[in-house]
Design a protein around this ligand. Structure first.
Ligand code: PEP
Ligand code: MN
Length: 346
């Protein structure tokens, strides 16, 4: 990681550092912050000659080398003060609540418009709605491009930024063109490195944020953080980690609840952690407890499925969506817990 003395290097100096790192088989990735740009060395940073040549340049303050498989997302990285903001919330300064339907029903758009308004009133600052769905059963409803228009219209009506999952490059392009602020990488794709790279490249230079679910098949925490690094190393480090339960499931729950990894993640990465209790436990009755446990473990926020009339929903909504009333109560209690675990932000 190259830290210059000034906030941004002029092109000639970027050219000079680029030539030095490329001659050692690495490349430069600028990470543009609100005030300062830092220059990540992508590749093996251990080449002493390269480091000496960079350190010898009069406009370089210092070179930070951290031995980590995720240089950018590491807690010791120079990006550790990077702030991510959405829906009027700066992560870490106030709790973030993302809520809405698992799946938008293109045949019944009014449910989604009503849900959007209801989750806003319950205290959510970001609206979620599944346009395209990763379904285990190939004959189950797979989503519909038309639902993207419904999502955009709901965002217009409520003023809330929106979150939706994309599974391929075409959906990624459609979502970005439609102005989706929060792109969800689903649990099934959190280990799809080609998609992670495509998303990283597509969001570089934009304010877009990525909500990276934890794969149900991820073992180590480093595997999870490294998946975030795949996205960030294209230049946009706006990645939020989202534990959502893993396999094999705890008998009775949909997955194995994993909100207890929040403090462990926070020892290794500066990335905000927003927990999804809905897919973790998979039944509306258990969701508030899991949500509040996540807050007690120090989560920066929650992503919760909610629907005005869960029994009339599709996808996961009939079994795991909260009603607006239960969502409102869960958010109210989560807000009470949050300051206990974020004393510095009080
Ligand atoms: C979802 O958010 O509706 C979803 C499919 O999530 P996951 O990828 O965590 O299963
Ligand atoms: Mn779902």
């Amino acid at each position: 990681m190259i830290l210059p003395k000034v906030n941004r290097l002029p092109p000639e100096q970027v050219q000079e550092i680029t030539e030095i790192v490329e001659s050692s088989g690495c490349r430069i990735q600028p990470i543009i912050g609100a005030v300062r740009t830092i220059y990540a060395i992508v590749g093996d940073e251990r080449d002493e000659l390269m480091i000496n040549r960079l350190e010898g340049l009069p406009y370089i303050e210092r070179i930070d080398r951290i031995q980590s498989p995720f240089k950018l997302m590491d807690i010791r990285s120079d990006l550790s003060t990077h702030q991510i903001a959405i829906g009027g919330v700066t992560l870490g300064k106030a709790p973030l609540f993302i809520a809405g339907q698992c799946t938008i029903d293109p045949k019944n758009p009014n449910f989604f418009y009503e849900t959007a308004q209801a989750v806003k009133e319950a205290g959510a600052q970001v609206l979620r709605g599944g346009v395209w769905k990763p379904r285990t059963n190939p004959y189950a409803f797979q989503g519909d491009d038309k639902s993207l228009d419904i999502l955009v219209e709901a965002s217009r009506r409520t003023g809330l930024p929106v979150d939706t999952e994309v599974m391929d490059e075409n959906q990624l392009k459609l979502a970005l063109d439609a102005g989706v602020s929060l792109l969800q990488v689903g649990a099934r794709n959190a280990l799809n490195y080609s998609l992670l790279r495509q998303i990283g490249a597509a969001v570089a230079g934009r304010k877009t944020i990525v909500l990276l679910k934890r794969s149900m098949h991820m073992g180590t925490l480093n595997e999870f953080i490294s998946a975030a690094e795949y996205i960030a190393n294209f230049g946009n480090p706006n990645v939020i980690l989202c534990p959502r339960g893993t396999a094999p499931a705890l008998d009775g729950y949909r997955n194995f609840p994993d909100e207890s990894i929040v403090p462990l993640l926070k020892e290794r990465t500066w990335a905000p952690v927003v927990v999804d209790p809905s897919h973790s436990v998979g039944k509306a009755a258990y969701v508030p407890g899991c949500a509040l446990a996540a807050m007690a473990y120090g989560a920066d926020g929650l992503c919760i499925e909610a629907h005005v009339q869960p029994s009339k929903g599709i996808g996961d909504d009939p079994k795991q969506a909260l009603t607006p009333e239960v969502l409102a109560e869960t958010i109210r209690l989560a807000k009470e817990i949050w300051p206990l675990r974020h004393p510095a932000a009080r």
